[in-house]
Design a binder for this molecule. Structure first.
Ligand SMILES: [Zn+2]
Length: 369
């Protein structure tokens, strides 16, 4: 059978085929994704606890000496979104303590590298929410109506949003490993490990889509968790222990570099990693502990002023405890001593601001006049 086509049909068919060919050869719009898993310890980043993320890291890059600037969700995420430590971006406690990003500190979606990109953030807990300034710059900022939500809700919302016809910057935050832990394990540690495995499993469909889109993906924890290591058990907030400050950190790109970096970097390097840069190794890392939340028992000292400042190098560790005591481990250099001294004292919000925000969250009763 011969099918006759008019000249107009040929023109239409030719344009259709040309469109198909150009579509098949054009690279898809770029996607850059930051995934943060809250309270995920570096020693729970392996093929057993996080098989999907471990597989991603084994094709991409993983850092074995990566650090958080603080064991608190809002300050640490603010560091990932600004590239600054808490004492420079100004968020030195969780958002309900009254700290927020100053308007002159630019956030990740406001960076010129992502100008005109679609941007969407999907978070799973109040401390990563808009109070504190983390929502600034995102086209879409989606968080829980209650204090927290399942990571599945955040992942589903992110997948429903992700545009396939525009360059897109994405942030997805999961809260599963944060206490209280759910699971069948007999101990807190076993239930914590279950929560880490659950977060990894919830991320699988998102990772599949991002790898299929040839996205650049950075995955990190905002901080780790204290188990039996310190007196302030099961509370990362007041701790400057390595299990809180050392974090998992990985990057996957279409180049599939297959590299393990042993250089020391930290969460303030996340913006550079997202721009596909390789941060320079840091001779030392500076951090401070967070603060005891209401209900935390066994921690001493408590309160916003009761925090440690730490300087960590390969050879030594200095810890400045409240009261000006400096604990020395190893052989600290003069440079490390000077680095520790560079962490400025904390400016505490007014008692009224603190009390009002804590009461709004139901943490405490109004104090007597
Ligand atoms: Zn956190």
């Amino acid at each position: 059978m011969v099918v006759r086509m008019s000249p107009g049909t040929w023109i239409t068919l030719g344009a259709f085929l040309a469109g198909c060919m150009s579509r098949s050869t054009d690279p898809p719009p770029p996607v850059v994704a930051l995934i943060t898993v809250d309270t995920w310890r570096a020693d729970h980043f392996d093929a057993h606890h996080t098989p999907h993320l471990w597989s991603l890291a084994s094709q991409g890059e993983r850092w074995t000496d990566a650090w958080s600037p603080m064991g608190l969700t809002t300050p640490s995420h603010a560091s990932m979104l600004t590239g600054l430590p808490p004492w420079e971006h100004g968020v030195r406690a969780n958002n309900h303590h009254g700290y927020t990003l100053p308007p002159d500190v630019p956030t990740l979606p406001e960076h010129s590298a992502f100008a005109d990109w679609a941007s969407g953030a999907f978070v799973s807990a109040y401390p990563a929410g808009p109070e504190g300034g983390l929502a600034r710059g995102w086209d879409v900022f989606d968080g829980p109506e209650e204090s927290e939500r399942s990571g599945k809700v955040a992942v589903d919302a992110a997948l429903a949003w992700l545009p396939d016809d525009r360059a897109a910057l994405l942030w997805v935050h999961l809260y599963e490993p944060h206490g209280p832990y759910e699971g069948r394990g007999a101990t807190e540690g076993e239930r914590y490990a279950e929560e880490v495995r659950r977060a990894d499993a919830l991320l699988e469909p998102l990772l599949d889509v991002l790898v299929d889109r040839q996205a650049r993906i950075v995955v990190a924890s905002d901080h780790g968790e204290v188990h039996a290591e310190e007196k302030c058990g099961w509370q990362h907030e007041r701790s400057s222990h390595d299990v809180v400050l050392r974090v998992p950190l990985l990057r996957w790109t279409p180049e599939r570099r297959g590299k393990v970096h042993t250089d020391r970097i930290g969460l303030t390097d996340v913006p550079a990693l997202l721009r596909d840069e390789l941060p320079a190794a840091r001779p030392h890392w500076l951090a401070e502990s967070g603060t005891c939340e209401p209900g935390c028992t066994g921690c001493s000292p408590q309160g916003l002023e009761g925090r440690d400042a730490v300087a960590i190098s390969s050879a030594a560790r200095l810890t400045r405890r409240p009261g000006k005591t400096v604990l020395k481990q190893g052989a600290p250099s003069a440079e490390l001593e000077a680095a520790l001294a560079s962490i400025p004292a904390l400016t505490v919000p007014t008692e009224e601001a603190n009390e009002a925000s804590l009461q709004a969250l139901g943490y405490q009763e109004p104090s007597a006049p």
